[in-house]
Design a protein around this ligand. Structure first.
Ligand SMILES: Nc1ncnc2c1ncn2[C@@H]1O[C@H](COP(=O)(O)OP(=O)(O)OP(=O)(O)O)[C@@H](O)[C@H]1O
Ligand SMILES: [Mg+2]
Length: 256
């Protein structure tokens, strides 16, 4: 299967933390769709993301099965990095190797069979999402939390180009979350985003509600919710500009 042939992903329900069948038995997600995952702390949101990441086949604690285009994915898709269907921006980000930003991106581009010229593009894009600019010669281990997330976001968008993108709580990463989500959702990907943030949750077309380890409900974003989303976006942009003012060390001038 060629990656661009991916058109949909199906989550077949398993069991919740009590070992009881989860209420939602199956969820179909199509190309170009953003789906949210919401639920209380510790309810099992990251666990659902991990099931998708691993293309679970009834072999994880939840017993869920992930289908690609209605079929069980080939074994080689699960292991070959070039065929990697799923890219993940995870809650905890640490780099194992101490190399420069440029070395890391070049290595990643090579491993994906991509042109090393993309490296500059990744750094440019990353710098549209974070504050202090990242430079090619910077060491990965010296990047701030927000800079690392920005770099990984741009890397996923440009070099990985996996058709399925999983995002775990991007809102606390100190980066422009909406821009990041739009960047990752570009070009007809399937995006699954764990979030408590009203803007991100309402930017998705549907959201899966997790309770006690199980998929308890699916809510389709209503027109009214889309209106609310537009309004919170304005408030959110205002808050972001205030944060930026404070960050720069400037004085807040009051409400215009
Ligand atoms: N269906 C399940 N069966 C058994 N254990 C589960 C199930 N779902 C989640 N768990 C367990 O519950 C714990 C919390 O899950 P998880 O980390 O996914 O929660 P979370 O919603 O992401 O929390 P947070 O909001 O803090 O990030 C983990 O130890 C996980 O293994
Ligand atoms: Mg989590």
């Amino acid at each position: 299967m060629i990656m661009s042939e991916i058109i949909n992903l199906t989550i077949i329900g398993g069991v919740n933390k009590d070992g009881v069948d989860e209420p939602i038995r199956s969820v179909d997600i199509c190309r170009g769709e953003i789906v949210g995952i919401v639920g209380p702390t510790g309810s099992g949101k990251s666990t659902l993301i991990d099931d998708i990441e691993q293309l679970a086949q009834g072999d994880t604690p939840t017993g869920r099965t992930i289908l690609i285009n209605g079929e069980k994915p080939d074994a080689n898709i699960r292991v070959d990095p070039r065929k990697k269907l799923v890219a993940q921006l995870s809650q905890n980000m640490h780099f194992l190797a101490d190399m420069t930003v440029e070395e890391f991106l070049q290595m990643h581009a090579r491993s994906r069979g991509k042109d090393e010229g993309l490296v500059t593009r990744v750094i440019e894009l990353a710098n549209t999402l974070a504050g202090e600019p990242i430079a090619a010669h910077h060491h990965l281990t010296a990047l701030s939390g927000g800079q690392s997330r920005s770099l990984m976001t741009a890397d996923i968008a440009v070099i990985s180009d996996s058709p399925v993108v999983l995002i775990d709580e991007i809102e606390n990463a100190g980066i422009k979350k909406q821009e990041a989500l739009q960047l990752l959702a570009g070009e007809g990907k399937i995006v699954v985003v764990v979030t408590h943030d009203p803007v991100l949750a309402l930017m998705s077309s549907r959201r899966i509600v997790i309770r006690n380890g199980g998929m308890a409900d699916i809510i389709t974003t209503s027109l009214q919710e889309q209106d609310v989303c537009d309004r919170i976006t304005e408030v959110d942009n205002w808050l972001m500009s205030l944060r930026e003012t404070i960050r720069r060390g400037d004085i807040v001038e009051g409400i215009a």
